[in-house]
Design a protein around this ligand. Sequence first.
Ligand code: SAH
Length: 598
Amino acid sequence: MIGLISATAAGTVARDRLAAAWPGRTLVYEGPVREAVRRAFTECEQVVCFLAAGATVRLIAPLLTDKATDPGVVCVDEAGRHAVALLGGHGGGANALAHAVAEVLGCAPVITTATDAVDVPGLDTLGLPVEGAVAAVTRAVLDGEPVELRADAVWPLPPLPANVTPPSPDSRSSADSPSSPDSSSSPDSPSATRSRAVLRITDRIVGPGDREAVLRPASLVVGVGASRGVTAAEVLELVASALRDAGLSPLSVAELATVDAKADEAGVVEAAARLGVPLRTYPADVLAGIDVPNPSGAPLAAVGTPSVAEAAALVHADELLVPKRKSSPEGRAAMATCAVARRAPRGRLAVVGLGPGARDLLTPRAREELRRASVLVGLDQYVDQIRDLLRPGTRVLESGLGAEEERARTAVAEAREGHAVALIGSGDAGVYAMASPALAEAGADIDVVGVPGVTAALAAAAILGAPLGHDHVSISLSDLHTPWEVIERRVRAAAEADLVVTFYNPRSRGRDWQLPKALAILAGHREPTTPVGVVRNASRPDGSGRVTSLAALDPATVDMMTVVTVGNTATREIAGRMVTPRGYRWQNSTAAGREDAK
Ligand code: SAH
């Protein structure tokens, strides 16, 4: 819940706008502000105060306890010009809240946490739990000081700034000792007397140095077997000791796993909840099919698989780190078993559509994925379109026209190495673009995320009017990948089916006869007056769009930056706009026609 507090008439107006914009998410606190703030502070995850920053600081100061539990606090000034993230920028979500409030109220967000302000991801925003000297290492990252990255494996993280680098090959021998002294800086620099800052990514327990932060990847799966009536305490104690003895961090546990028959076993369910991880269950026959070192007769008789703990740990993991062990409660028989396995990181491939060109037609999700990726793969001219949005440290692999297959292979290969990769395309990346060659190449060993974009047909339609109001198709006239006979057959089918047609790749210097040919086929089924929309560079600075007709269109005015949308027999030009009726109202004599027009 987001608590809202105001003191003045203007503040109350803004408060009510926010409450109306976010139904069910906010709670208005009335009455004297001191008491209102006190209650909101303890009852809500986030608080927005429509008060001066100074007043808000005085009111919340006595309530502060610690960074991990205090709510995120945003204050909005009396004039409604700024939404200031005052407290809990990252952990409390105040930075994101300030952006959201600013969007609703039409004011400017004010963010003062260093990492956001300089566009470097905070160590606590990388999507992994972090512990150790977080503040000291963050400062080193921001100061541009060399920070040594010691990762057990490649994890699909957002880009890290250029000063965060793996140890150089000659210093690698000392890489495993915590915080080796910084030998690379000159004797005069202050850091010569300090140990080097280290950012580690590991599931192993390390004695972190005083300038070392540790990111915990979600790499461990704990398989659990249990007798009916087991307590959560017994399960948790067993898991904790198994991890401790193997030198593994509980923060790296991704999930608990067991057999379907134990899905409702209260002690196991509660143990997962207390660890803050999901409980995943598998049918007995799936577990029975997993090769394990320590099968036994007891679970086979009870639930139908010779192994629960080891098999459940291994279904979606690669390496067994802790073989089955039993709990050792005092004075009675053990009721729980567990085993721990590690899974290799999975790379992440985001296939991102950038939209037709204009920045405000790039979706917020696409923007987020571009900043989430540490490797960006794309055609050079598309990379130029969004280069300013990339985070410092993003590795950009750009290539020229025609290298589609190679781009697809590169993107997938980088993801296979474990990186977070964004493969970009204009419009929608799945429409005559990179998604298909990339996914034809990708296996089940990487995660794939698609982000839809505004494709050229839609961008053009919005300029033309409403040409796509009824059934329509897109046809690419490029015969580079498709034989002309196939294209022609499809144009003919669209003509016969009276579909509105949008031609992509309509005409280039070397391919100039295809468009007239396609238009002639359509003209065989439609009047010469049928409206045709020609849109060039939709949403780009030099964009243009016009409505002409089948008879009047001059193909020479069309190039590769253009889409051509041909109306069907119902499409009309109305007030200069191209309109295809939703229903066939021109058949207004029939009831069916009226039905359809609804
Ligand atoms: N993936 C893209 C299409 C790639 S095929 C999309 O979804 O839009 C390339 C063709 O798309 C071009 O030849 C042109 O016909 C069309 N196109 C792409 N962007 C365009 C724009 N901004 N204006 C007009 N046509 C465009």
